[in-house]
Design a protein around this ligand. Sequence first.
Ligand SMILES: [Zn+2]
Length: 437
Amino acid sequence: MTEREEFLANRFSKIIQKETVSSFSDTDLTKFYAFHDLLREEFPTLFQVCEAEDFSGSLLLRWKGKTKKDPILFMNHFDVVEGEGNWKYPPFSGTIEDGKIWGRGTLDTKSGLFCMLQAAEELMQSGYTPERDIYFESACTEECTGLGADTISRELQKRGLHFYYTLDEGGMMIYDPIGGADGVFAMIGVGEKGCANIRFVARSAGGHASTPKKNTPIVRLSKFVTAAEKSHVFQKKLNETTREMFRRTSTKMKGALRFVLGHPDFFAPLLTAVLPLVSDTAAAMMKTTLAFTQSGGSESFNSMPVEAWVGADMRYSHHQGEKSIDAVRKIAEKYGVETEIVDPAFPSLVSDYRGESFGKIEKAVKKIFPDVIPSPYITNTASDSRYMNRISENCFRFTPFFISEEQLESIHSVDENIDVSCLPKAVEFYKTLLEDC
Ligand SMILES: [Zn+2]
């Protein structure tokens, strides 16, 4: 480990050691304010230079720039999900071992927060003042209600602010993101799918299980679930962002794949028909997805359910939007199943990868990681960024870390970790953006 790596790893470890699990039910903000105190200790210059505002535990900092040009917003939430399961090192130990830092939040996404604030702290210490106002936002609600970012974006809108761009967590740097490409790509999210939590409910008069009737609630739900999975109600479309992602990833492919993905406009019908059959990832990029994740029925083995239900997670595409819900509702009705929307989230706008501000992020990637190819994409996961379309049409989702497939799987799971070697370059990446603004 270099001296610089050790310095940053030790500082970052402290950030991981402060437990900041958020939940829908716990409204006590004490631990979040304890985290603010830690940030104040660790980034004294930052808190001296910036105006800090608290939004019920979520934090907004403003670094005043030289001009009145549209400001930039850097964001990364500081709340994390539970550290359940059997971990190699305790989830809130911040253990530094095997060239990695281990713990909940090392990827999602205290690492992004730490590196962006570290970059600002160091630039401030060297006397730098940015051209524009720079805002840093860190919510304590991303993993549950999303209320922090929602409130802050409304407030910024009320103040009449329009942002040059916003940069939040989202994609990272990964090897071969879609299969077949021999290269590392910086996946920069330019939009995210909408999502809805849906309950499908089947009812009956109940009764004793010893004399069952036909077509009871669970039977109808089973038929519905099977029919929904087999159906083709979600329209496939190759949007412009995905086409560009194919063009860029194809540059590291070989043979026919390189040729076909390199010309997505020409081959769109073929790609739309074939890719979803061979790749779930590709399918999710082209259409709405529906995943059945929960179910419930009668309380006892021997009584028929008065109400049985299955819960599903829907991620709807930009082209079909909320009409995806109507499409699946129609299938449900055929089986006497009701559709209840528990929690809908609107899909974000898609930001333009050809725009000037996306260009700044691309430029910073190429400068700090010369072998990495930046590529736009649409994320399947919801983030705080979707609220920021109120204040900017350029909302990007990217943190500058190399991660392996294993590390990707550790997010929201056990043994979350980041390579120590990621930290110095990530700080340089944010410095580059702060200096080129
Ligand atoms: Zn996150």
